[in-house]
Design a protein around this ligand. Structure first.
Ligand SMILES: Nc1ncnc2c1ncn2[C@@H]1O[C@H](COP(=O)(O)OP(=O)(O)OP(=O)(O)O)[C@@H](O)[C@H]1O
Ligand SMILES: Nc1ccn([C@@H]2O[C@H](COP(=O)(O)O)[C@@H](O)[C@H]2O)c(=O)n1
Length: 228
């Protein structure tokens, strides 16, 4: 079977990484969560005085962007890759509401995107990769053999995230999550560089009424059609 590149884009919290990780594990592909990379840059910015409230010191970040090393390592307990920032495991920290509320403005910066896209393209140069994000099918891998664009209503996406946090025993407010999901969607769709949009040749999946199992089966069917 030939190795292909799979790009999964879509709105925040709609199940992209759930589908992508499952497929990658079953077919033995590398999985990359490109959102985790933008989150890691955001965490670095929070921890290194690049934010003053909501204002970003873009000159400082531009000078330091080459010092930000992001990598992934398999977590043997979860069976999934954890995100490392300059050698430190930041998988939990990058999922905080503080990072979620600041990541989309960081992701609008052209020099940040340039650096992340270059790193992502290097990770995918041998193919055999599933990457999820916002611009994978349009910018990072425009020649990907399989492109999926995932969507679901904002309310159902916020509910899924809320349920996930509650199950982990974390404090969560449904209204705050819904507001964050809507705000990120707006910024991601309206930024100048690589805005979130469906690539013309991407397959659309609205999973509002699909279970995790159903969407997984759907993705496997698409993979089997293309990779033969
Ligand atoms: N079809 C589904 N039905 C119910 N829950 C789902 C479904 N797909 C994913 N989920 C759950 O929704 C939550 C968000 O999923 P996931 O993290 O995969 O989304 P994402 O699109 O990768 O999010 P992000 O944009 O933040 O990276 C998770 O708790 C996941 O288990
Ligand atoms: N290819 C990408 C991936 C993500 N972003 C930005 O990062 C935010 C967090 O991503 P999650 O997948 O973890 O939700 C997202 O809201 C985008 O602002 C991006 O720009 N490009």
């Amino acid at each position: 079977m030939k190795k292909i590149t799979i790009a999964i884009d879509g709105f925040s919290s709609c199940g992209k990484s759930t589908m992508a990780k499952d497929l990658a594990r079953e077919v033995g592909y590398i999985y990359i969560d490109s959102g985790a990379m933008y989150r890691a840059v955001t965490l670095y910015s929070i921890e290194n005085g690049i934010f003053n409230g909501d204002v970003i010191d873009t000159e400082k970040l531009k000078n330091e962007i080459k010092n930000i090393r992001i990598s992934f390592q398999l977590n043997k307990e979860t069976g999934r890759p954890d995100t490392y920032l300059n050698g430190v495991n930041v998988e939990n920290k990058i999922r905080s509401m503080e990072v979620s509320s600041k990541v989309s403005p960081i992701s609008t910066l052209d020099f940040v995107r340039e650096e992340m896209v270059a790193q992502q393209q290097t990770m995918g140069k041998e193919k055999g990769i599933v990457m999820d994000g916002r611009d994978i099918g349009t910018t990072v891998f425009p020649d990907a053999e399989l492109k999926i664009f995932v969507t679901a209503t904002p309310e159902i996406r916020a509910q899924r995230r809320y349920d996930e946090l509650k199950a982990k025993g974390q404090e969560a407010s449904f209204d705050e999550i819904l507001e964050n999901v809507k705000q990120r969607d707006y910024i991601d769709q309206n930024r100048e560089v690589s805005p979130l949009r469906k690539a013309e040749d991407a397959l659309l999946l609205d999973n509002t009424h699909l279970s995790i199992e159903e969407q997984k089966e759907w993705l496997f069917r698409q993979f089997n059609k293309v990779s033969k």
